[in-house]
Design a protein around this ligand. Structure first.
Ligand code: NIG
Ligand code: FE
Length: 404
C-alpha cells in the first residue's frame, strides 16, 4: 500500500530533549503508514523520495500529539451540586465523608447503561482530540465492583477502537470503599486483589492505580494492591499526597511506579525516592484550581532532583471537570510556575514516559508513531500562553489526518 506522506511548510517542535523544544525551523516530516520515516529541515529533505501524498502547509507549528496521561473519563452523572456546596464552605473531604464525592458518582455510574457510559465518554474524548490529543489514559474507579469496573474498562477500550486515539486503561478499583463494604476497607482491598486477575485475563488492564489518602486507603492497603498488580506483571501508579502527606510517593517509588500523581503535599523524602526510582511526577493543576487548594506541589525540588514532570487534565466529575488540556498547560505555568516548554514536555515526552510509552510516543523522531498536531501559532510557547482559545488546525493519528 502506498502510504508515504510528506508534510512541509510548518516549523516543528519535535520535543526531543537535545535542544529547546526540539525545534526545527521550516521543517518537513515524512510518514510511512503509522510511523515517522524522516524529520528535519525542509532544505535537507533527501532527493528523489517516493512520496505518495504531499501536504503543503502555510505556516504554523507541528508538535507531537498531546498525551493526557491521567483521566477518569468514564462515569455517570455530574457533581455540579457539590460544586455549589463547596462554594458555600463545605470541603471536598467533608463531602466525601458524608457519602457524597466519589461515592455519589459510583451510584450514578452503576445506574447508567454501558451504551450511555460509552456515549458520554466518547463525547468527552472528542473534546480532547479537538485540542490536539492523540493518546489518553482512562481510569476506572467509579464502578467499584468486579462487574462495574469491568464495564468501565470495556468502555475505555471501546473508545480506543472507535476514535482516532490511543487509549491506555488503568484499573483504579482502590479509589474509594463502596457502600457494600462500608467499614470494611481491608475486606474491599482483598476483593480488589482477587478481581485483578479476572480483568487482566480479559485484556482490560494496562496499569493499576490507587488513591492513597486519609479519606481513601492507607499505604499498607495500597501496597497489597500493588503486590497483586506486580504479580500479574502490571505497572503501577498512585494518587499520592493530594490532600495530606501520607507516604504514598515513597510507596509508589518503592514499587517502581510509572508515576505518582497530584503531589501537592509531597515532602523532600518523596522527591528523592521518585528521582531514584524514575517515577514521573504527574501534576494536575485542574484539581488544584477547582478544589481551591493553596498548597503548591514542590516543583522546584522536583526540577532540582531531575524528576520528569508530566501535566494532565485529571478529567473527573468531582475535582477536575475540565476537558481542556490547553488550559492545563496554561495553569501549569500560571499556578505551578512551570515554563511553557516544561508544560508542553509534560503533555508530550514526559506524559509518554508516565504511560510507559516513551519509546514510541511523545516525541517526533524517525521510528516513533506519526501522532502529531498542527497549530495556528508562530511559536510553541503560545500553547501555554493563551487560555480559553484553541488554535489546533489539524490532528494526525498514526499518520492519518483527522479534521482539516
Ligand atoms: O484524581 N483523587 C482522587 N480521584 C480523583 C477525584 C475523584 C472524584 O472526586 O470523583 C482525582 O482528583
Ligand atoms: Fe485522578
Amino acid at each position: 500500500m502506498k502510504t508515504r506522506t510528506l508534510w512541509r511548510g510548518a516549523s516543528i517542535a519535535a520535543m526531543t530533549p537535545d535542544r529547546p523544544w526540539g525545534w526545527i525551523e521550516d521543517g518537513a516530516l515524512l510518514t510511512d503508514g503509522d510511523r515517522i520515516e524522516w524529520i528535519g529541515r525542509a532544505d535537507d529533505l533527501p532527493a528523489g523520495l517516493d512520496v505518495h501524498i504531499e501536504h503543503r502547509l502555510s505556516g504554523g507549528v507541528i508538535t507531537p500529539g498531546l498525551i493526557d496521561a491521567h483521566t477518569h473519563l468514564v462515569y455517570g452523572g455530574h457533581r455540579a451540586r457539590e460544586f455549589e456546596l463547596r462554594l458555600q464552605g463545605a470541603s471536598y473531604e467533608d463531602i466525601a465523608r458524608a457519602g457524597g464525592g466519589i461515592r455519589s458518582t459510583v451510584t450514578a455510574t452503576r445506574g447508567a447503561t454501558e451504551v450511555e457510559l460509552l456515549r458520554d465518554a466518547t463525547r468527552r474524548a472528542r473534546c480532547l482530540i479537538a485540542e490536539g490529543v492523540t493518546t489518553i489514559e482512562i481510569k476506572s474507579g467509579y464502578g467499584l465492583s468486579f462487574a462495574d469496573e469491568a464495564r468501565c474498562l470495556r468502555v475505555a477500550r471501546r473508545i480506543g477502537e472507535q476514535l482516532p486515539l490511543t487509549v491506555r486503561t488503568t484499573a483504579l478499583a482502590a479509589h474509594a470503599v463502596p457502600p457494600e463494604f462500608e467499614g470494611r476497607a481491608d475486606d474491599y482491598i482483598d476483593a480488589v486483589c482477587g478481581w485483578l486477575p479476572g480483568w487482566h485475563a480479559q485484556g482490560l488492564v494496562d496499569a493499576v492505580d490507587g488513591f492513597c489518602e486519609s479519606i481513601a486507603f492507607s499505604p499498607a492497603q495500597i501496597e497489597r494492591v500493588f503486590n497483586a498488580a506486580r504479580a500479574l506483571g502490571l505497572p503501577v501508579k498512585l494518587h499520592a499526597e493530594q490532600l495530606t502527606d501520607s507516604g504514598g510517593a515513597l510507596l509508589a517509588a518503592r514499587h517502581g511506579a510509572l508515576s505518582a500523581d497530584h503531589l501537592e503535599h509531597l515532602g523532600s523524602d518523596g522527591v528523592q525516592a521518585m528521582a531514584q526510582a524514575g517515577t514521573v511526577a504527574m501534576l494536575l493543576p485542574g484539581a488544584y484550581y477547582f478544589l481551591r487548594d493553596t498548597h503548591l506541589p514542590p516543583v522546584q525540588a522536583l526540577r532540582d532532583a531531575g524528576v520528569p514532570m508530566a501535566v494532565a487534565t485529571d478529567h473527573n466529575p468531582g475535582s477536575s471537570p475540565t476537558l481542556s488540556p490547553l488550559l492545563m498547560l496554561n495553569m501549569a505555568c500560571t499556578l505551578f510556575r512551570l515554563t511553557p516548554e516544561e508544560a508542553l514536555a509534560g503533555m508530550t515526552r514526559h506524559a509518554a514516559q508516565a504511560l510507559g510509552l516513551s519509546q514510541t510516543h511523545g516525541q517526533l523522531t524517525p521510528g516513533r508513531r506519526a501522532d502529531f498536531a498542527l497549530w495556528h501559532i508562530d511559536h510553541p510557547n503560545e500553547l501555554a500562553y493563551r487560555f480559553g482559545h484553541n488554535p489546533c488546525a489539524q490532528v494526525v493519528w498514526g499518520g492519518r489526518p483527522g479534521k482539516e
